[in-house]
Design a protein around this ligand. Sequence first.
Ligand code: PLP
Length: 273
Amino acid sequence: LPLTPDGQTPIRVLTIAGTDSGGGAGIQADSRTMAMCGVHACVAVAAVTVQNSVGVSGFHEIPPQIVADQVRSVVGDIGVGAAKTGMLASTAIIEAVAEVCGEVGIGRGQAVPLVVDPVCASMHGDPLLHAEALDAVRHTLIPIASLVTPNLDEVRLITGIDVVDDASARRAAEALHGLGAQWSLVKGGHLRTSTSSTDLLFDGDVFHEFTSPRIDTGNDHGGGDTLAAAIACALANGYPMPDAVAFGKEWVTRCLAASYDLGAGHGPVSPLW
Ligand code: PLP
């Protein structure tokens, strides 16, 4: 993405998500990705996780009003070209985020596009969303998404569809679009049956496929966050959705190839360039 000349105001993107004390995923991955994409990162913290490379051992939710106030404060002064959501933890936070996004012009059909990464659990299976909040993800969060980017576990939880091949991936993309997302992206990266990784993008009309070589690394913590953040950066730069997804996909593939070891578990996807 184009770099901003010294002294000039860069493009800004807002992430509304959870922190990762281990610095691998969540807001840390988002801000690192945005900085590397030449974009100023604004952050509205929705939850604080207790986390390292091995897993998430707990989290603390920020009061919904404070989450919404962070969004209001940033948009009212700094202004953003795109936004993304990550870990939102609860129904109350999802409802507050949807309400404030509507108020400040973020989301589907509004001036500022919104990438919704419907984070439900960590790769270790540790919950990052209360089970009761799945309905709010389906009926409050996804309907305001310009793009929704679930992995296959999230697809199963949200739509009940088990993606095992191209036909089921297409059904899932249609189901997500049916819930109200303007675009849906079904990420095939967790389908372990292939030497490549194919993501399927759908706008209710046309399917776009994005395939990249599978990078075999255990250091894949925060991959979903990195992809969604890079897509948001491209959208803020005015890319049409398919071009933004192609940019994000290439970005996360390069990051996976350059990821590093950290702690006893999974190192982060976003490298230090
Ligand atoms: N922690 C936070 C705050 C996250 O937002 C996410 C993913 O979105 C994770 C952890 C899990 O990342 P991963 O499944 O890549 O380990």
